[in-house]
Every structure is written in C-alpha cells, then in structure tokens.
Design a protein around this ligand. Structure first.
Ligand code: 5GP
Length: 179
C-alpha cells in the first residue's frame, strides 16, 4: 500500500485488508452468538456500507433477512437544518429484531435519525453494528453494540467510504495527510 491522491487530497495507508477481515470476523462472531436461534433483519445503510455488508454477511451463520436503505439529506425551505430520511424502506419492521449495518459513526446524527424512524415504524429491537467509530467526534448517547475499530477523528476513505464520490472501490482504508 502506498500513498494515494484522490481529487486534490493525499491519503496514506491506514488499515489493510487482513485487519479489516479480522475486525469483521470478530463482529460476526459476536452477532452469531447473541442472535443464536433467532432470525434478525440486517438493515444496510447505503451507500458507504455496501462492502462492509457484503463481507460481514458472508460470516453470519444465522438464518436472517437482509434489506437496504439509503439516507436522503436535504435542506428545508424554512431552515438551514439538514434533514435525513430513510428511502427505499419497504420492509415491514414491526415486531422485528433489526441489526443495522453502518460503515462509520462520526457525530452519531445519522444513526440517531435512523433509530428514531425504526422506533416510529414499530421495530421490536434495534442493534447497531459499525465498522468504524470515532469516539472523539461522537455527540450522542445511544449504545453501539458491535464496533469493528475505534479510530481517531480524521477523514478516511476506501472500503466503501468515499471522498467526493471517489475511492469507494479501494479494498483498504486510507487516512488523509497534510501534503
Ligand atoms: P455522522 O452522522 O455520524 O456524523 O456521520 C455519518 C456519515 O458521515 C457516515 O455514514 C459517512 O457517510 C460520513 N463520514 C463520517 N466520517 C467519515 C470519514 O472519515 N470518511 C468518509 N468517507 N465518510 C465519513
């Protein structure tokens, strides 16, 4: 792995494929144990989580359902506040045990909105899995059940995560550098 340039910024190697695989194995092992004998619905938050979902779900030994949603952000006409809503959510979540698959939790705002919506839709139980978590940026108080790795508060790309639409295809994680 060598330093890369994406658009105008440089990124250095941070986490290789082997380490990502170990993190996913650890998360899947815990989920397999916690949900033994049950049939959870995995809810994948697109776009960034597509690689995490593909690799994590191959390690899940449970009978399960998988569904995908995308978050839409827009600026309201009355205020500058960003509103996020779940789109493409056609599953009936009422009474179901849901495990959210997320790529990264930063401030926690996105996940809080997802949790609110699932609660409104009558989900019985909601657990959260995320490959990366930035504790220094986190502003919320909800519990994160399955964390691949806690990382410092700097911008990363690769393995589904983009910088202005690029770099999602990289099999490893890169961290932004100054030069
Ligand atoms: P939050 O709502 O927790 O602040 O942010 C969650 C979303 O912000 C993630 O799903 C992801 O799309 C984006 N995000 C947060 N940190 C990073 C990062 O380091 N790199 C990339 N590419 N996206 C990030």
């Amino acid at each position: 792995m060598t330093k890369i340039k994406v658009h105008d910024k440089y990124f250095e190697p941070f986490i290789d494929s082997k380490e990502i695989d170990n993190m996913l194995q650890h998360m899947a092992g815990k989920i397999n144990l916690d949900f033994k004998g049950r049939v959870p619905l995995f809810l994948v938050i697109l776009n960034g989580s597509f690689m995490v979902a593909a690799d994590l779900l191959k390690k899940i030994k449970l009978e399960c359902e998988v569904s995908f949603v995308k978050l839409a952000s827009y600026v309201g006409t009355q205020s500058a506040e960003t509103v996020r809503e779940l789109i493409g959510f056609d599953e009936n979540v009422k009474g179901k045990s849901i495990i959210i698959i997320e790529d990264i939790i930063d401030t926690g705002l996105t996940m809080e909105r997802v949790l609110e919506q699932l609660k409104d839709m009558g989900a019985e139980e909601v657990k959260i899995s995320t490959l990366f978590f930035k504790p220094a940026a986190f502003k919320k108080s909800f519990c994160i059940d399955y964390i691949g790795k806690k990382i410092p508060n700097s911008f990363i790309v690769g393995y589904g995560l983009d910088y202005d639409r690029r770099a999602r295809n990289l099999p490893e994680i890169y961290k932004i550098t100054d030069e």
